[in-house]
Design a protein around this ligand. Sequence first.
Ligand code: PAF
Length: 254
Amino acid sequence: MTRVIKKSKDFIKLRNGKLFSDKSVGFIPTMGALHQGHIALIKKSLKQNDITVVSIYVNPTQFNNPDDFKKYPDTFNQDLQILKKLKVDYLLHPNYSEIYPDNYNYRIIETDFSKKLCGKFRPGHFEGVLTVVMKLLNIVKPSRAYFGEKDYQQLQLVRGMAKAFFLDTKIISHPTIRTKEGLALSSRNLRLNKEQLKVAPEFNRLLKSRLPINEIKSQLKKLGFKVEYIEKINNRIFGAVYLGNIRLIDNVKI
Ligand code: PAF
């Protein structure tokens, strides 16, 4: 049975009680619209922990574009069925005031890597992500927390935060889950129309192509993508593009 808990204080009470004592807890924070990428993280947690907790909270402070926030897919009933089927123990499903009793007056700021790649184009995004992740980790106090490599920059920043603030939680990653055509799974894919879905896998194909960055950009443009950035850092190539007004990100190891 999946127990749904909406109040932070109820979750904290539970976590401090007998049910959780001496048990390992795995935690997967999500914004809902669950797909196979989330499911892979959940399955890993179910395998590695006694108790698995998933949160569904569409965090307003990480959206620099209000329209993107408004249009973020909401498939709550379907998500709950998925969690029940997987036998997830707890779903934390708080509202704004449960997470931001301070009205976002207190924040986690990273001053270096968060300003690069996506951070350059989405001011305040990683501040919102790190702040909400810190809050959720403090509510759930998991032994392990799971993040996908699709959001590689997020994963690295969360790892850095856990280290910088001496958090007890171990941060565990999982490779990006893709469609058989190569498109990285993302909740935002639900907003792509048929034509966009057909061309979207070209993004991954070109990132993997080893072509020079300018050539990747020009081929993407020819295919109808609007390119935000394509950048190589260390042994990884990162990119963000738009199809219509839907933003896609991806990264591959080279
Ligand atoms: O990756 C996401 O879905 C979100 O950024 C997260 C980690 C749940 C924080 O809101």
